[in-house]
Write a protein that binds this ligand. Sequence first.
Ligand code: BES
Ligand code: MN
Ligand code: ZN
Length: 512
Amino acid sequence: MEIQTSNARPAELDVHALAVAVFKDEQADEGFLKDLDAATGGLVRAVLEAEELKGKEGETAYLHLAAAGGGAKARRLLLVGVGERADYGAAQVSQFGGAAVRYLRARNVKTVGLVPRLEVGDAGRAAQATVEGALIGLFEPDKYRTIDKEERAVERVVVVAEGADAEALRRGAERGRIVGESVNFTRDLANEPGGYLTPTVFAERAQEIANEFGLEIDVLDQPRLEAEGMGAFLSVARGSEQPPKMMVLKYMPEGRAAIEEGEEYLALVGKGITFDTGGISIKPSENMELMKYDMTGGATVLGVMRAVAQLKPPIPLLGVVPATENMPSGRATKPGDVVRAMSGKTIEIINTDAEGRLILADAVSYAKKLGATRIVDMATLTGAVSIALGDVNTGIMGTDQELINEIIEAGRAVGEKFWQLPLDKEYTKQIKSDIADIKNVGGRKAGTITAAAFIKEFADGTSWAHLDIAGTAWGDEAKPFRAKGPTGVAVRTLLNFVERSARKAGGDGEGR
Ligand code: BES
Ligand code: MN
Ligand code: ZN
C-alpha cells in the first residue's frame, strides 16, 4: 500500500473516498466542517443537523457525493465520530485511521484520503498515529484461508492536514509506517500456529529482520545454553522434540561499537513459548489452541527491535528471547524435580505449566551478563492477570518505580493502558520451597504477583519492570479499528519508552 501525505484542502484531493474525523456534537457552521460542507453541496450540514451522526466514538456516516455537487473531487465521504475534542489524542487518531480504512476497504474503496483533524496539535504526530492506525486496521489474520479471504485492498492512503508543514507530515507518516508495520510483524508471529512457528523458525524470523534492518544477532543453541548453565530454561525444553533457541539482538546507534563505561543499557526480554501444553501438568483441552500465542512477549521484543533498527534512536538496545515449546513426554521435567538456574539459584518445579517464569529467569540472568542495567520483560505469563484486569489493562510490576512510571506514561501517550500491581516482599514468602531456594508457583492467591516475584529473584538488584500481557495480547472480538486476534500490545508503548529514554540520555530521540 502506498502512503502519502498532503497539506492541501481535502476537497482538492484526488481520491475515491475522504474519511473525516467528526467531534462530539460538532456542527458544520464553522471552521473545517463548514468548508467541507460547502465542498459537498451542503451534505455534511444536513447529516449533522438530522443527527444521523453525533460524533460519538466509532459512529460512521457514509455519503455518496457524485450527485451532490459542491466541488469535492472525492466521490465518497465517510464521517467518523471520534468523541470529545478535549480527549482527542494519539490513541483516538490511530483508531480513527483504523476504523476509516476498515470501513472503506469493506466497500471496495482503493484510494483514501484520511483527515484526522489535529489542526491544533502537531501535524507530524497526527500523521504518524493515523498511518499506524491505518496499517494496524488493515491487518487480517487470514493468511491460511483459501476461501472467504479478504481480497479487497486499499491501494493508497493520503494523510491530509491542510496547511501543515509538508516535511513534518512526511516524516510523521514515515515513522507511522515503520511502527505500524512492526506492530503487524508482531501480530503475524503471534498468530502463527505452534506446528509451524517452532523455536527454530522463530529464530530464523529474528535472523531475517536482523539481516534486513542491520541488527547484530546471536542465536544460542542447546549446547551453548548448557554451557551457560541455563538449567531453568532447559528444564522447560526437555519435553520437546524441538531444540530450544535463545535469540539475542543488539541495536547500536550509528557510529558506535560498544557500550560505554557507566552507560545505561536497556534490555527487552520476551517470553517465547511457541506452544504451551502445560507439560506434565497438562492443560485442559478447551481453548488450548490459543497457547500458540504464548510467544507474544518474544514477538513483541522482535517487533520493537525491528522498528528501532529503522527509527535509529541514539541509545543502544538489547533484545533477548528465550524460545521453546512446553511439552509432555517421557523426557519431560516432572513436578517435584529440582533444577539449577543460570544464576545458581535452585528451583523446585511444582507445576510444569508455570514455565514462562522459568525461561525468563535465565533470560534475565543472560541480559545481566551482557551488561544490561535496565530490564523490561514481557510475557503472556498468567491467566490470573485476565481475572484481575481483563483485556483492558496490561499488568505492570517491578523493582524500579521510576521505570514503571515511565512505561505507564509512554503507554498513555500511545493509548495503551497499564495498571501497576504491588510487589511487596511479603509475596515472596509464597514461593519459598521446602527443599530448594524457591518453587515455581505460589498457590492460588495473587497469581500474577507471585509470578513476578519469581522473576524478581533473578532481576536481583537491577532496575527491572515486568509486563504481564496475557490478558491484552489477544482480542477475542473484532473492533471497528482492528481485526480480532493478536493485538500487538506494548510494541508502541515500548517504542515510545525507548524514545523517552533517549531524550533523557541527552540524545535527540524524537517526540510523538
Ligand atoms: N501461558 C500461560 C498463561 C496463560 C494462561 C496465558 C491463559 C493466557 C491464557 C502460563 O504458562 C501458565 O500456564 N500459567 C499458569 C500458572 C499456574 C500454573 C501457576 C496459569 O496462569 O494458570
Ligand atoms: Mn504454562
Ligand atoms: Zn505459558
